[in-house]
Design a protein around this ligand. Structure first.
Ligand SMILES: [Mn+2]
Length: 455
């Protein structure tokens, strides 16, 4: 059933689609600007696919963050339609100065002082953001979902897979899709472009042999196996399951044994998986697909990501190699955490690195470390040195959020204190600060967490 607020959001997205259609009809090249993570890459991919299918042309730029200066650079260009996806809601003021029409498909919170319905006389701005309609943009819809809604009128239901892949990349499917994500999935199942089935939820199971797939599985954690290649090998050997096979290559008996043994370690390892139909096997599982795109994004290989989304597979092997490299980086990162642990403050903990490969995975590894029980359940900062700046990524658990921790608020306020910038969600947030303020920043964050826990 569609709720009233959801209907308002869908109507807004339909306005975006009408605007897009009118520009495609006039043969205008559409300028797409999107984010460099899996959600942003699928957002761009959805618009690109839709425009291509509708006979139009586009030009994509992928950015790690949208700065007002990026928007300003675009004011010189003569495009008639700009699309900002998975970003843009925080830059409405500068976006309103662009000469062409604008579609913003973003699920991030916009600043309080901004009017999300801002309009300018000489052009159209269609702002598709769930927060305008009091819909939770953290859990119920991602940038890719909003992009999908913004091309929905074209009825390209095969693009729903990208929408769910982006939502997965933004961790919105952890407890199954809800809200708009659920609407998109249900409709895709109805149109037979996606299926939901119960499966072993092993990481990279369509591309990595079982011993690696088991070792690399952290959601959920398989205690004693996740992160331990030697233990995973032993486990498979003991149960007579060939470690070099892919999951789908197992005989029914082997699969049954594996399922029984793994569910006895963690029953959540068997459950709902979301599958895209009529696509290469490597891309069928939304989680695996989002990891692949994420690996492309982390390596700034945006062309590889977008071309794969468009169904051109000449860079597929290359992208796969990036994912393999990324997952072994993750593995090394876990080893690093196991070896060195984190530095303990009273209410928080932190890890610090200057190593290029550790930087890529520090944030992910920090939360896995807590889940594996290697690190204590305290909010964790990953500090990554970049020249004279430090990039901070902070993560915590549902448990700590329930106790009052809100990292988004802390990263925002603490970074401002040292002339940095920051913000995000209660459970995961980030900041950038001057490198020489590292210790002061850690100390302040520690105090702020203390305050949130005790007030
Ligand atoms: Mn996003």
């Amino acid at each position: 059933m569609i709720q009233k607020q959801q209907l308002s959001l869908l109507n807004r997205a339909d306005e975006a689609c009408d605007l897009l259609r009118s520009h495609i009809d006039q043969q205008h090249v559409v300028r797409i600007i999107s984010h460099n993570d899996a959600d942003g890459l699928t957002s761009a991919g959805i618009f690109a696919n839709a425009i291509q299918k509708a006979g139009g042309k586009f030009h994509i730029t992928i950015l790690p963050r949208l700065r007002d200066s990026n928007v300003k650079d675009l004011t010189k260009s003569r495009y008639k339609l700009f699309i900002f996806s998975d970003m843009g809601s925080g830059n409405l003021e500068s976006i309103s100065k662009l000469s062409g029409d604008v579609i913003i498909a973003d699920h991030h919170q916009f600043p309080d002082e901004v009017d999300p319905e801002m309009q300018v006389d000489y052009k159209k701005i269609v702002h598709v953001n769930p927060h305008i309609f009091n819909i939770d943009g953290t859990k119920e819809v991602s940038g890719s979902g909003l992009s999908y809604l913004s091309v929905h009128d074209y009825e390209y239901y095969e693009l729903a897979g990208l929408a769910l892949t982006g939502a997965c990349g933004d961790m919105q499917l952890k407890n199954g899709p809800t809200g708009i994500n659920k609407l998109i999935l249900d409709e895709a199942v109805e149109h037979e472009t996606m299926t939901v089935k119960d499966e072993l939820k092993l990481a990279y199971s369509n591309t990595q042999p079982l011993n690696k797939a088991i070792t690399y599985t952290y959601t959920p954690v398989l205690e004693g196996l996740s992160g331990f290649m030697d233990k995973s090998n032993e486990f498979l050997e003991k149960h007579n399951i060939p470690k070099d096979k892919l999951l789908h290559q197992l005989t029914p008996e082997e699969y049954e044994t594996l399922k029984n043994e793994l569910t006895s370690i963690n029953e959540n390892i068997y459950g709902k998986t979301y599958t895209i139909r009529n696509i290469r096997r490597e891309l069928t599982n939304v989680e695996e697909y989002s990891s692949l795109l994420n690996a492309c994004g982390k390596n700034k290989e945006y062309t590889a990501a977008i071309s794969i989304e468009l169904g051109k597979y000449n860079q597929m092997e290359f992208a796969q190699s990036l994912l393999t490299k990324y997952s072994s980086n993750m593995q090394n990162g876990i080893e690093w955490i196991k070896r060195e642990g984190s530095v303990q403050e009273e209410n928080i903990q932190y890890i610090y690195t200057e190593d290029k490969e550790h930087k890529q995975v520090a944030a992910a590894v920090s939360s896995i470390g807590i889940e594996l029980g290697i690190l204590p359940d305290k909010p964790i900062l990953s500090l990554m040195k970049m020249d004279n700046l430090i990039k901070v990524s902070s993560r915590t658990t549902d448990n700590m959020v329930e106790k009052g921790v809100n990292l988004g608020v802390i990263m925002n306020q603490a970074s401002k204190n040292f002339n940095g910038i920051g913000g995000g969600h209660n459970i995961a947030a980030g900041a950038t600060i001057p490198a020489d303020q590292k210790d002061n920043f850690i100390h302040l964050v520690d105090e702020m967490v203390d305050y949130q826990l005790n007030n």
